[in-house]
Write a protein that binds this ligand. Sequence first.
Ligand SMILES: C[S@@+](CC[C@H](N)C(=O)[O-])C[C@H]1O[C@@H](n2cnc3c(N)ncnc32)[C@H](O)[C@@H]1O
Length: 418
Amino acid sequence: MAVKFVSDMAETPGEGDPGGPYFNKERTKCSPDEEARLERQHFWRIIDAFRFYRVHIQEQVKRAERQFQSLPQRHQNLLPAVQSNLARLSKCADHNQEVLQGIIHNSIHMFENIEYGEREDPRKARPSSTFDMDKLKSTLKQFVRDWSETGRGERDTCYQPIIQEIQRLFPSDQYDVSKVSVLVPGAGLGRLAWEIARLGYICQGNEWSFFMLFSSNFVLNRCEKVNSLTLYPWIHQFSNNKKSSDQTRPIRFPDVNPQSLPLDSDFSMVAGDFLEIYTEPDSWDCVATCFFIDTAHNVIQYVETIWKILKPGGVWINLGPLLYHFENMANELSVELSYEDIRTVMVKFGFRIEVEKESVQTTYTENDRSMLRYVYDCVFFVARKPGDLYFNCQEDDQQQNSPPAAKSPRREGTDCLT
Ligand SMILES: C[S@@+](CC[C@H](N)C(=O)[O-])C[C@H]1O[C@@H](n2cnc3c(N)ncnc32)[C@H](O)[C@@H]1O
């Protein structure tokens, strides 16, 4: 089953390049034509980043070679395999580039409702910034998390708690799950959304990064044969390797056939800024956020939007840390609230917190052989927009233009049978 990709990118800041036109959220509004031009420029900038990868990695490999060759000969003689290891790195980069070419080959016309046309000046393919190269390297690691057997453990800790809650709250023996709608904002490479759709729920992933969108389109719509493709996602890590071969070990993907969704599945991906696209009140039975809420400039806006778009009785399921993406970025609004403060805001909006775990240990795109490993001590919660509070909330909202406080007792489970 093909997964529909729709773009709603207008006015989307996308992956900001410091100083670039998409960087400043408060940038001056421009005409629709200018918006379209900037959007096209942004699209081609990311395509160029995919194309530039090999050159960028080869520069790093050459630098490593130069450094080693600058050592005294007697030191170099101690490690005759270093040169061949570096040659292997180079080959792995060439291979990664082939996969990246496959991804962009399938990206140019990927959206059902928009074509990005030709680049304004085809001669202007410039070297990409370090910022874009870092994004691309992270995207490669995202393949491990979402679509490889190696990532299974990580997915079990991050995605399974969310999936299990969806199944507990909307069990297939009590609900027609094909009418239960789940939105996954910041869907990354789409695995969580795909798993939810596989269980029969209506599921829509939303994502604004072209790095992620190009790659998820490739996996979801162009990959069929299990473990038929190879990537070398760790070649960019020059430090903290126990063995040289750890740096060049492959991962295979996809670990499942992404096209094996039932034919009647309702699964889509929408490109664009979550805050700008999802404005329709009372639309979703469930919003599932995983490693997402800390991407906000103002996380209260996320809480407000999720409150608004959930149907009365709908639930918000969240798992993730609070590694605020815009912290320390010049010229960017970034409000770094503690979980305690976010919780206060949620309760003031009227959310009823039904499940809460403040210490769920997970990793994110972990290199399991690295000598440096991060563990996130995540919060996990299920918060309900109560059905019985809704009318009070609407009134309060209109009268005071501020969120209502939770007042009435909670209604269990049956609020949003669809
Ligand atoms: C840390 S990643 C998590 C991805 C995925 N949920 C996972 O757990 O692997 C956050 C994702 O949110 C996306 N994102 C950030 N801000 C967004 C926004 N305003 N609208 C849509 N997506 C956004 C980023 O591009 C990124 O892919």
